[in-house]
Design a protein around this ligand. Structure first.
Ligand SMILES: C[S@@+](CC[C@H](N)C(=O)[O-])C[C@H]1O[C@@H](n2cnc3c(N)ncnc32)[C@H](O)[C@@H]1O
Length: 217
């Protein structure tokens, strides 16, 4: 699973992961993070998600990172936003009002781009990555966010042997293995997506977690 794969998916418009609406779990669970308004939320591997706009409507600033320039351009175009574009390190930074998207590879972030981050929203970022990159992704977040802001994390879980990712299955045990001991993991909900007719696998669940700084207390 490499950059070429994702760039090609955007080029061919194979973006079944992109929702035409705000993710239903975001408004339900966001308040659990208790993030002060006007602070900045980091949205890794953001695509052109409408969740960015929902967060802005709630009074936050958002900072995304996304590999595909097609995704970034479409996001701003589709919402009639007129971004300023400049270069920051390895990234092209697109900015319009409270929305900033760093176009480039998440793994090229240095940490300076994430200064002032008050919370993280991960929907379909961790599960977009194969196992070896998931470990690197979590380590990178740990390195770049030493103040351990809260994370709202949405994953999928299903028998991985029944299909190839992405999306990859990421169960609660793996979330705990990746994020503890830096963050305490609270499992908020499991939703059987088969009921919504989304799949015919014998198990296909969406899991929602909140990760909070673990002070060891
Ligand atoms: C499954 S999609 C999810 C997009 C978005 N979070 C959403 O909910 O619609 C994964 C996204 O991550 C992007 N991506 C994959 N690898 C990346 C990387 N190393 N750095 C930045 N973006 C990446 C892809 O281009 C794709 O848009």
């Amino acid at each position: 699973m490499n950059q070429a794969y994702w760039r090609q998916r955007w080029q061919e418009h194979r973006i079944g992961f992109h929702r035409p609406d705000v993710h239903p779990r975001l408004p339900v669970f966001w308040d659990r993070l208790q993030v002060a308004q006007e602070s900045t939320v980091f949205v890794p591997l953001c695509g052109k998600s409408l969740d960015l706009l929902w967060l802005v409507e709630q009074g936050y600033r958002v900072r995304g990172v996304e590999l595909s320039p097609i995704a970034v351009q479409e996001f701003f175009q589709e919402h009639n936003l007129h971004p300023q574009v400049d270069s920051v390190g390895a990234f092209q930074r697109w900015q319009a009002g409270p929305i900033e998207i760093f176009c480039g590879d998440f793994f090229d972030l240095t940490g300076t781009e994430l200064q002032g981050i008050a919370a993280v929203y991960d929907r379909a970022a961790l599960i977009a990555l194969p196992p070896e990159l998931r470990r690197a992704y979590a380590v990178k977040l740990q390195d770049m966010l030493p103040h351990r802001p809260p994370i709202l994390l949405i994953t999928l879980d299903y028998p991985q042997e029944t299909r190839q990712g992405p999306p990859f299955a990421v169960a609660e045990t793996e979330v705990c293995a990746l994020y503890q001991p830096y963050w305490a993991v609270e499992h908020l909900s499991s939703i059987d997506l088969r009921e919504a007719g989304s799949t015919d696998f014998h198990r296909f669940e969406e899991l929602v977690f909140v990760l909070r700084r673990d002070d060891g207390s």
